[in-house]
Design a protein around this ligand. Structure first.
Ligand code: CA
Length: 363
């Protein structure tokens, strides 16, 4: 039974099959058609938030529709049931059945989880999907979360982010010294080693912190979300590219006990809906960022700038040290990094002569 649940779970996670792979599993699903479930999902996002939040609202809608109303999920914004950064713990201990956040928020608790959101100078959104769904990444993620009683799913991706909003110019590596910036994950550790002060703030607190000067700079997502927070009214310089988050994946986590209480067809529906949200959210960001960036380009109070090359090279070399230290100190991180970096090494050439070469040509 345990093995079948695992196999069924994998099928659901990858969206490869509409139901678990044996006929008896399918029959078990049809026997339980009369059962219905009312669950909750807690998130790290403000209510009705574009992209990150609408992804979760859509997830609940897709699951309700595909299950004929047998699995209804009520969505809670950050702070409504649990604070933004306590989603992982709440779902792990079974206070709620599901959560939606970013795995790099668990830094300090499950350091290796950071590979499943984004690594500075790492995979873009095409590559992380390739690694998670076809390169063994998702299996490693499931193994990492097993002791926490959690079943994780990739669920959404913002695409490459922006470097962020700055009230100080970044003309050289010396300008990073003393810079107080909201930046989570490994990117924050890189900034710290470059002489800055990384700050961890949930999205809803960023605008005020930037406007009052409590922080000098912030990264958040990209033009679409950054404008929705009004960050362009709190800082002048908008730097790119988002070296810290080249293709961050969001996560949907399900409490394992709750997961195992579901019939196989509802498990499959969750897996397939999460995969649909990954596509859907990327589409929303691709569209929203294009329109919002154009507005910012026409705004006389905003200056869009590329980070200087030597600043990027400096941050890249610090990133290599940060990852080497993480790998040396944490066996789980070492195992995941081996898989991540093996695929990335091969993918770099493919991306260079396909996406990158094409985009250069189009310009
Ligand atoms: Ca970000």
């Amino acid at each position: 039974m345990k093995r079948r649940q695992f196999v069924g779970g994998l099928a659901a996670a990858t969206g490869l099959a509409a139901c678990a792979p044996t006929e008896s599993d399918c029959a078990a699903g049809t026997e339980r058609l009369a059962e219905s479930f009312e669950w909750s999902i807690v998130t790290s996002w403000p209510p009705k938030y574009p992209g990150l939040g609408s992804g979760v609202d859509n997830l609940a809608d897709y699951i309700a529709a595909a299950s004929g109303g047998r699995l209804k999920i009520k969505v809670y914004a950050a702070g409504e049931l649990v604070p933004a950064f306590e989603v992982f713990d709440a779902v792990s201990r079974g206070a709620v059945e599901m959560g939606h956040d970013a795995s790099y928020y668990h830094r300090g608790k499950v350091d290796a989880a950071q590979f499943f959101t984004a690594i500075p100078f790492g995979m873009n959104y095409l590559e992380i999907n390739g690694w998670l769904y076809y390169g063994g990444g998702l299996e490693l993620w499931r193994e990492l979360y097993e002791p926490f009683n959690l079943v994780p799913f990739p669920c959404g991706n913002t695409g490459v982010q922006m470097g962020g909003w700055f009230n100080k110019e970044i003309n050289s590596v010396a300008d990073l010294k003393g810079l107080k910036m909201r930046i989570p994950g490994l990117g924050g550790e890189v900034l710290r080693r470059a002489g800055g002060t990384p700050v961890m703030l949930p999205g809803a607190e960023i605008f005020t912190s930037l406007q009052t000067g409590a922080i000098d700079a912030t990264e958040w997502v990209g033009a679409y979300n950054d404008m929705s927070f009004g960050l362009h009214k709190a800082a002048k310089y908008y730097y790119y590219p988002g070296w810290q988050e080249p293709g961050p994946a969001l996560e949907c986590i399900v409490n394992r006990t709750a997961w195992e209480s579901l019939p196989p067809d509802l498990q499959s529906i969750i897996g397939i809906a999460c995969q649909a949200i990954t596509t859907d959210m990327t589409a929303e960001y691709t569209h929203g960022n294009a329109l919002s960036l154009h507005l910012l380009m026409e705004d006389p109070n905003v200056e869009i700038r590329r980070f200087p090359k030597d600043v990027m090279q400096h941050l890249k070399s610090i990133t290599d040290e940060v990852i080497a230290d993480l790998v040396a100190s944490d066996p789980a991180a070492a195992k995941i990094h081996a898989s991540y970096s093996e695929f990335l090494r091969k993918s770099v050439d493919n991306q260079r002569i396909t996406e990158q070469a094409f985009l250069e040509t189009r310009q």
